[in-house]
Ligand binder design. Sequence first.
Ligand SMILES: *[C@@H]1O[C@H](CO)[C@@H](O)[C@H](O)[C@H]1NC(C)=O
Ligand SMILES: *[C@@H]1O[C@H](CO)[C@@H](O)[C@H](O)[C@H]1NC(C)=O
Ligand SMILES: *[C@@H]1O[C@H](CO)[C@@H](O)[C@H](O)[C@H]1NC(C)=O
Ligand SMILES: *[C@@H]1O[C@H](CO)[C@@H](O)[C@H](O)[C@H]1NC(C)=O
Ligand SMILES: *[C@@H]1O[C@H](CO)[C@@H](O)[C@H](O)[C@H]1NC(C)=O
Ligand SMILES: *[C@@H]1O[C@H](CO)[C@@H](O)[C@H](O)[C@H]1NC(C)=O
Ligand SMILES: *[C@@H]1O[C@H](CO)[C@@H](O)[C@H](O)[C@H]1NC(C)=O
Ligand SMILES: [Ca+2]
Length: 422
Amino acid sequence: MFRVVLIVVTIISLESQGDAAVPITTPPPPPPDAVAFWPLNKEHYLNDTSGNGNDAENTWNNVTLVAPAKGRQCGAYKFRGNPSSYLFFPNNGAFDTKGSTTIMAWIYPFGSAGPIFYFDPNMTNTGVQMSQVVDNFSPSGLSASVSFTKRDATPVAALETNIPALNEWYHWTVMYNNDTSNGSMYINWTLAISAKYDEGELATQYDAQAGAALFPQEWFHGFITCIQIYDRTMTEAEIRAAAHNPLCTCPIVTGDPHITTLDGRAYSFQGMCWYTLVKDCSSANPDFEITADLAPPNEISDQMRTRAVAINVTVGDESVVVGQDNVATVSGSSSKNINIVHDGNMAQLSFKQKDTTFKIFWTGSKHTFAIEFTGDYYRGRMCGLLGNGDGDAKNDFQRPDGVIVKDVTEFGESWKVTGKKC
Ligand SMILES: *[C@@H]1O[C@H](CO)[C@@H](O)[C@H](O)[C@H]1NC(C)=O
Ligand SMILES: *[C@@H]1O[C@H](CO)[C@@H](O)[C@H](O)[C@H]1NC(C)=O
Ligand SMILES: *[C@@H]1O[C@H](CO)[C@@H](O)[C@H](O)[C@H]1NC(C)=O
Ligand SMILES: *[C@@H]1O[C@H](CO)[C@@H](O)[C@H](O)[C@H]1NC(C)=O
Ligand SMILES: *[C@@H]1O[C@H](CO)[C@@H](O)[C@H](O)[C@H]1NC(C)=O
Ligand SMILES: *[C@@H]1O[C@H](CO)[C@@H](O)[C@H](O)[C@H]1NC(C)=O
Ligand SMILES: *[C@@H]1O[C@H](CO)[C@@H](O)[C@H](O)[C@H]1NC(C)=O
Ligand SMILES: [Ca+2]
């Protein structure tokens, strides 16, 4: 066993950590092929994180960042349902996809029709348009509608599907396949409707707006977050993965501890001693396991609350334990699989297993833990207090025996690590 003492970082110690040694403040990269990616949350505000430079503009300052927003820890932008409540997306050409296209967003509707992503917002039907429209046959009273308007202005029929429910998040994807002229829509990454169109390039060359446009006189009222555009088609699994990109979800465990699962379910749990936060559940010999030590705070308060005081990241036969002082203790076969980077205030641990890279951000003094991962293999194959990461928040309270429970305490206690002294 040897000890790595983490103190204020120098360039040299950063470099000596190898290729995963990025400063902890570097945000995770968006998928490499997003042509526009607006997380629209408290980490990235209006920035286009694709690197293509189309940062959004809050023209009248009448769209508000709210965090957390309706269970989304990272927040979302709230549109008020009036003509000045919109975001403007300048298009320098980077998201003029013309041919195969995928556009997606998370939406929380309060009930009004209105634009979600409108190219050429000052004109009628000249650009590709995504909007919520009134639909008396839909139980929610609204449908999601897209017009795959062509550049040569040949008229196209809108594609429509029911919006599942008001006052609840839904993930909406529209897709156009240039090879087959197939237009399709997905609700929560499941195909809802599709149609064949005439050939022709899409009218995506314009600037765009969300929330309001000059026509029609309808203004979206609700939350929008995580708008992404790709210049290709995607499979349902790819849509689901993109919808849960860490740029958009920010799963985090904070002081109390308030825990948000990998699929975005937030809850409070007052545990004591060591618990499994997340581990590989696909075999009896997990590829990795991350546990946390929960303990009461030092100061006496009338309300008993626990918080995370240490984490233990285990990959194969190698474990790294990091405490409140951000000091990392490495045991096992030496630190080969797990990279450790630190900047004095935080420790960042990263490791790769199968197709997936995990990054863990631990701030001991603040008792905060955040995890990010890329890759698909472990989606739905994980378990613990952070859930299984399959994209569905409803099945996250699963005990080690596989039973899904409702009660937070029953769920939380089932993940207590047995035989540990605290
Ligand atoms: C947003 O992008 C600008 C550059 O376009 C950058 O200066 C700024 O730091 C970014 N903000 C965040 C929160 O990432
Ligand atoms: C912003 O929206 C509010 C209603 O929510 C409205 O009263 C106000 O006039 C709007 N501000 C601007 C600048 O239009
Ligand atoms: C779309 O498909 C047409 C016909 O197959 C082709 O001529 C055109 O180059 C394609 N456009 C793009 C942008 O891929
Ligand atoms: C749309 O019209 C408004 C006012 O009518 C104007 O301020 C705005 O610049 C126009 N937007 C575009 C993209 O032309
Ligand atoms: C869509 O996904 C969100 C978040 O996972 C969930 O809250 C919502 O109930 C889902 N809607 C449908 C219709 O499955
Ligand atoms: C469009 O593409 C989707 C996804 O490949 C497919 O499921 C659907 O059947 C196609 N629709 C039409 C009308 O061809
Ligand atoms: C860290 O966790 C691993 C696997 O759960 C366990 O074998 C190891 O003893 C733990 N290390 C410490 C110091 O608690
Ligand atoms: Ca889940």
